[in-house]
Design a binder for this molecule. Structure first.
Ligand SMILES: [Zn+2]
Length: 196
């Protein structure tokens, strides 16, 4: 009671009746808790599974269910996102230079997939994430890269009017390896990758 009184005395200096009222309602708690607000941490970011679920069900994002080569190996972009949405790692392919095994997809990349569709308004198709055969040290195998071959209903090529801005948007979201038409072996797709 003594402590509450002390607190009331402090608040009177700057207070209004409203403060007194709120004080009364808090009379059961320690004054210290009233004066020093409990520090709350920032709300935690969505988990990979939650983000992947959104990607999976996003009307503007199409996920290829096979490899670009036509191969069916459960490591397609669709399979990668679907297993991440269920809380599992994404499967890598086991042909060419692909190392096989599984890898967790990075949150930042999944967030960017949603950003490109939601904030930037692109509809696009992802042809490859952790699966497929790429260069030997490809960031795809680390779960930090994805490829896009269609943007706003048009194939990625020099004449696609959207790919440059799409690449810029990826760079703005932290992608450091951004390739597309004009770069070797990327005339038909955009590649976005994050630092290791
Ligand atoms: Zn790529």
């Amino acid at each position: 009671m003594k402590l509450i009184f002390k607190f009331l005395a402090i608040t009177t200096l700057t207070s209004s009746t409203a403060l007194f009222t709120s004080c009364g309602s808090l009379s059961g708690s320690k004054p210290k808790e009233v004066v020093v607000p409990v520090k709350t941490s920032k709300p935690s970011l969505s988990s990979q599974a939650t983000l992947a679920k959104k990607v999976l069900n996003h009307p503007k994002i199409t996920l290829l269910r096979k490899q670009v080569s036509g191969r069916l190996d459960s490591a397609s972009s669709y399979h990668n996102i679907a297993s991440t949405a269920r809380g599992y790692s994404a499967k890598r392919s086991s042909y060419g230079t692909a190392p096989g095994g599984y890898v967790k997809l990075r949150k930042q990349m999944l967030q960017t997939m949603l950003y490109l569709a939601d904030t930037k308004g692109y509809s696009y198709r992802i042809t490859s994430i952790a699966g497929g055969s790429h260069s030997r040290t490809s960031r795809h195998y680390a779960g930090i890269a994805f490829d896009v071959d269609m943007i706003n209903g048009r194939k990625v090529s020099y004449s696609n009017p959207y790919y440059k801005a799409f690449m810029r948007a990826g760079r703005a979201k932290g992608a450091t390896e951004v390739l597309g038409p004009g770069n070797k072996a990327h005339s038909s797709h955009v590649h976005l990758a994050w630092p290791r």
